[in-house]
Design a protein around this ligand. Structure first.
Ligand code: NAG
Ligand code: NAG
Length: 458
């Protein structure tokens, strides 16, 4: 941790403020307001604790701590194109370039003197480094100086401080941005546990974080924000996990011990709903009106079915909830699809019947028994089928939030659910039109039907 800022130097503040004033008029106003606060309570301000910049990257207020004992690092991969790098950069310019990159963990800076000693042009250069990749070395005529990126988990007040690093050619001084907490009134600033703010993290390929001694994949097991974790949680519950570096992640499940209960069901080889743990399937049974029991399925289970899964290692045991209200599928699951806001639809009447509590299906499309819709937007003149009871039915107002659940059909259309499921006035009137059109008006039957129909506007 860094020492309290008892030595806030007036000249530093003055320099940085004047420079900022030229660029950002609004900054002047903010700084002017903050100036008072700092001037009055400067000796009580305290720098907030810094966190090591995480390997998977993070956004948020950062600072660069010079460390002369670190002289080399692993370079960013892919490394930024030469044309995009600041030419002959100052330390500040190099740090700013690094801060714009989510995977940049700091720089190794070489002054013009250092580069001349190496036999290179007498210009300053910076190497941009992967996080936590710095390597110690001895200070020599040709060694660079590391400026290691650190993160703050919150920022009460952003200020500029001088930082200095020894080099073979003398001290390299520079301005670094820091986050401090000013004291309030006569009360000195106190330490408090940093609270995470709305930080955002990048999602590079398979970022793995270590939490409580276990490794989790970000975006699959743990998430960087609550909404994504809730989306992956069967009951919407979420708990937080903290890395040793102080970075928060979110994981589905009301607590870490019970996280398996929040697993979402998946389909494999026509078996649905499947869970990877017994606890997950038991919790699903309770949620779906079952008895809280689960059955093991797979080649090694008592059931002995299926004899082989299509996915490696082919012999894993999975779990299915028992006695639920929704049907379970033993190798014959066909995912329903949405078309024109109608959901759940099946191409085959048998599949729709299976999904129905009472094994009955209704048809949709031109000439269907429900009479609506009058046409499909994909131009097909055919019937699709929907379970007549059981799952919620949508007539033109379904938004399929997870098209991944409907992999068997390519013509799925994403639409938003704008009103509650069920028949609407529009679908009823469409049904009447179809009924009227398919009826020869001169027959006695038609006359009887029309006479029985309610007369509007009477
Ligand atoms: C500089 O880096 C070395 C090696 O990683 C470390 O032991 C030391 O604490 C660092 N110094 C500062 C001031 O961060
Ligand atoms: C929720 O999860 C589904 C897939 O499971 C995904 O398609 C969707 O983008 C996710 N939504 C959010 C807000 O993360």
């Amino acid at each position: 941790m860094l020492p309290p800022l008892r030595l806030l130097q007036d000249n530093v503040r003055a320099r940085s403020t004047v420079r900022a004033a030229v660029r950002h008029p609004i900054f002047v106003l903010v700084t002017a307001v903050c100036w008072n606060a700092i001037t009055v309570h400067a000796d009580q301000a305290k720098e907030l604790p810094t966190l090591t910049y995480p390997i998977e990257g993070a956004a948020g207020p950062d600072t660069y701590i010079p460390n002369a004992s670190l002289t080399t690092c692993s370079l960013l991969d892919p490394y930024p194109a030469t044309v995009s790098l600041p030419w002959n950069p100052t330390v500040a310019q190099a740090k700013e370039f690094c801060s714009q990159r989510i995977n940049c963990g700091g720089i190794v800076y070489s002054t013009a003197d250092i580069n001349s000693a190496r036999g290179s042009p007498s210009l300053a250069t910076a190497s941009y480094c992967l996080p936590s990749s710095f390597v110690a070395g001895t200070i020599s005529a040709t060694s660079g100086v590391a400026f290691v990126r650190h993160l703050y988990s919150s920022c009460d007040l952003r200020i500029s401080l001088t930082s200095s690093a020894p080099t073979h050619y003398g001290t390299l001084t520079d301005i670094r941005k820091a986050c401090v907490r000013p004291g309030r009134g006569l009360t000195p600033a106190r330490d408090r546990t940093p609270r995470p703010r709305g930080r955002k993290y990048a999602a590079p390929p398979k970022p793995i974080v270590e939490l409580s001694g276990h490794h989790y994949e970000v975006g699959k097991d743990v998430f960087v924000n609550i909404a994504s974790a809730q989306n992956q949680s069967a009951d919407g519950s979420v708990h937080t996990m903290l890395t040793s570096g102080g970075v928060y992640y979110y994981m589905p499940g009301s607590s870490h011990a019970t996280r398996a209960e929040a697993e979402k069901p998946f389909v494999r080889d026509g078996w649905y709903p499947l869970y990877s743990t017994e606890a997950g399937a038991q919790a699903a049974s309770i949620r779906d009106g079952g008895n809280g029991q689960a059955q093991e399925v797979g080649p090694g289970s008592a059931l002995g079915q299926p004899i082989k899964w299509s996915e490696v290692p082919h012999a894993q045991s999975l779990w299915m909830p028992l006695a639920t209200q929704s049907r379970t599928y033993i190798g014959d699951y066909i995912a329903p699809f949405a078309l024109d806001g109608y959901f759940p639809l099946y191409s085959d009447i048998v599949d729709a019947q299976k999904a129905s509590t009472g094994y009955t299906a209704q048809s949709h499309g031109p000439g269907s028994n429900t009479g609506h819709p009058l046409s499909w937007s994909n131009g097909e003149k055919r019937l699709f089928y929907m379970p007549a009871d059981g799952p919620a039915r949508y007539y033109g107002n379904y938004y399929d939030t997870s098209l991944a659940d409907a992999p068997l059909y390519s013509h799925t259309v994403a639409l938003r659910s704008t009103s509650a499921a069920g028949e609407s006035a529009a679908s009823r009137s469409a049904a009447q039109v179809v009924a009227a059109e398919s009826m020869p008006t001169n027959t006695a039957a038609a006359a009887a039907t029309l006479a029985a129909a309610p007369v509007w506007g009477r």
